[in-house]
Ligand binder design. Structure first.
Ligand code: SF4
Length: 338
């Protein structure tokens, strides 16, 4: 029988999805696609990738861009730290590497925001380095192939390295990920359509669907914010910019104060001397972050005048549409009529 890598690559050649970053060979394009694909399905990434590559076709274009524009293009993809890190990384590559990405996994790993997975993916796909790239998909495939209940990252890497086709390391890594994304899926692996079924220990033992063991999710806390959409007589609204570092860093939002979970909404509006006319409570907007659930309680307040705000800006609806606003804030804006 053919070796595992031969069966895997024959399957990949015949069945791989047609994705715009495949086969381009440009390390920058591979890097950007890998950053976007973290935590995000390929189908959702495609339009973002296309827009990004049109606007930032190379490291120099990204490095020269304003962070706000970078975040705006990322708007809707979530996990914005990825965009901020890519921007910072591009600047370092421009300033410290002559605008050329390092060609080894070790060199890539030394850049800000590039972890072992991305470094290995870019080094293997763009530069042909025989280093396994291990994401959640690959870990699942390896755990099932070898019937390993809870393998460590190092063990998965070792096993994947042992299977690897050193002539086509990039294709091998992509094929493993593709198999995990489309055939060896988390809940119901399609073993009947799998090129590796004949040698799969998990399948033979009937344990495939339980490999790797799932860790119990810790319950995430809920945090609540009262949000104010102030609308001035000029039809503009006040937005403030978040600190550059941390959650949603550098993005814009409506002014908000965090309140105790379930607290009554009452009291005076924030920083408004006297509401000029209407005050409207809008339905709450809930957004799930990785480590907590945010509940935003928006209130639209028509105010008599615009006031100065150090971190803020009064914007028209079209200016608001151009700002990098997180998804939940976009929903709040729509509910408030912007
Ligand atoms: S045979 Fe089934 S469990 Fe094994 S690798 Fe293929 S899809 Fe996954």
């Amino acid at each position: 029988m053919e070796a595992i890598h031969e069966r895997l690559l024959a399957w990949f050649d015949a069945h791989k999805r047609d994705l715009p970053w495949r086969g381009v060979g440009d390390p920058y394009a591979v890097w950007i696609s890998e950053v976007m694909l973290q935590q995000t399905r390929a189908g959702s990434v495609v339009p973002y990738y296309r827009r990004w590559m049109e606007r930032f076709p190379d490291v120099g274009a990204l490095a020269g861009a304003d962070l706000e524009e970078v975040l705006r293009l990322w708007r809707g993809l979530g996990y914005y730290a990825r965009a901020r890190n890519a921007h910072r990384c591009a600047r370092q590559v421009r300033d410290g590497h002559g605008g050329v990405l390092p060609s080894s996994a070790a060199g890539l790993r030394a850049l800000p925001g590039i972890g072992p997975y991305t470094a290995a993916a870019v080094a293997s796909i763009a530069f042909g380095e025989a280093v396994p790239a291990v994401d959640g998909n690959v870990r699942r495939v390896v755990a099932r192939l070898f019937d390993l209940p809870d393998p460590s990252l190092a063990e998965v890497r070792d096993r994947a390295a042992g299977l690897m086709d050193t002539a086509r390391p990039g294709d091998f890594n992509e094929a493993m990920m593709e198999l995990g994304a489309t055939v060896c899926t988390p809940r119901s692996p399609k073993c009947g359509a799998c090129p590796l079924a004949a040698g799969c220990r998990g399948r033979a033992a009937g344990t495939a669907a339980e490999r790797p063991l799932r860790r119990r999710r810790r319950p995430v806390p809920t945090r609540t914010w009262d949000v104010q959409i102030a609308v001035s007589p000029r039809g503009r609204t006040l937005v403030v910019r978040r600190p550059r570092e941390g959650l949603l860093g550098g993005m814009w939002e409506f002014p908000a104060v965090e309140v105790a979970d379930g607290a009554d909404r009452g009291g005076r509006p924030m920083k408004v001397a006297e509401p000029a006319a209407a005050v409207a409570e809008l339905p709450p907007v809930t957004h799930r972050f990785s480590h907590f659930t945010a509940v935003y309680r928006p209130r639209r307040v028509e105010v008599a005048a615009e006031w100065g705000e150090a971190a803020g800006r009064w914007v028209t609806p079209s200016e608001l549409a151009d700002l990098p606003l997180p998804v939940a804030q976009q929903r709040i804006a729509r509910a408030a009529g912007f």
